[in-house]
Design a protein around this ligand. Sequence first.
Ligand code: CO8
Length: 371
Amino acid sequence: MTVAISATGLWTPSDSITNAELVASFNTYVERFNAEHAAEIAAGTKMALQPSSVEFIEKASGIKHRFVMDKAGSLDVDRMMPRIPERPNAEISLMAEVALNAAKQALERAGRDAREIGAVICSCSSLQRPYPALAIEVQNASAQAASATTNVACSSATFAIQNAIDIVNAGHAQSVLVVNRELTTGHLNFRDRDSDFIFGDAAVAILVEKADIAPKGAWTILGSKLKTVFSNNIRNNFGFLNRGDEAHRDDPDKLITQQGRKVFKEVVPLVSEMILEQMAAMNLKASDMRRLWLHQANSNMNRLIAERVLGHEASQDEAPTVLDVYGNTAGAGSIIAFHNHSDDLKAGDKGLICSFGTGYSEGSIFVQKSA
Ligand code: CO8
């Protein structure tokens, strides 16, 4: 059965932070920390913290700006984490609300009523709570359908798209709504200069449907490939067992930690080889690929991967970057690139939505614009 992406939706918070604002807050924290611990630093029993810089961030990552749930709390030097008040159980949860914002846009763009949706898949890098499942809450507020929640970190959206393709192919539903909401700043360490600049908040939605009911201009799925290779290089040890060890419950490893350089070196060959293998299996040449919508973790990484796949340095038109505006939005990154940079393509154009990241996990979805 032919399956298509009928439409996508994108939601971002109204707050945002520039590199200059982030660095100013972090460097104030560093000055305070070093002043408070001057004696220990002088005695060599504590390491002085090093300041961050806008120049480093832009050169190392390509990130200039990111949308965030709560700017004030994240930049407040006495706090350095978003302020997200708990809601009563009778109210919709923040993550479900955010997911619905993106979902409504995808449904509107496809001209689809929520009652036509046969299944809802919510996928993301971090869940607000273990249960009840976020997907069931989203489903309750929108579609009359079965639902499931998945987490494959940066590949959450592409792996969920594969699940949606399988559901349609198996005949269980004709329209499957995938929602990927990434509130990354909730588990970002704003006191760590190696990672505080990387992530931003966003939610995306992808409507996957049987091709013969999809609207004009939908994206036919030509093929897909998922891959996982275990690695500890990006890790977050937060979880429901933490309360069993009070001594380590609030350690920095309960937020995201990563060996960024190792990730860079290992993931570039892994991803480019997987894409090339899949292209060969599908008889696709580099010249067939009109556009690559790659995961948005690092602009230098994307430049290298796109060059290996296309055989030449890719232009912004061939492999658009949205990192400068959104930062790394985990699973949402490649979908934001697709959402913002696909309307200009013509019927028959082929492209690739590709995620990669924590796990490691990689997901490739090859698409072709229909008439
Ligand atoms: N300002 C100034 N200097 C800095 C800063 C800073 N902010 N940060 C680090 N430095 C210093 C380092 O300490 C180091 O100093 P020294 O040489 O003295 O040791 C020097 O700059 C160089 O550091 P690096 O080697 O680390 O610098 P890189 O050029 O490698 O850049 C990056 C660092 C940007 C992290 C880069 O390695 C990178 O992007 N790697 C890839 C990472 C990646 O792809 N990660 C995948 C992300 S996972 C994902 O997308 C989803 C996760 C799930 C969601 C999580 C939500 C929170």
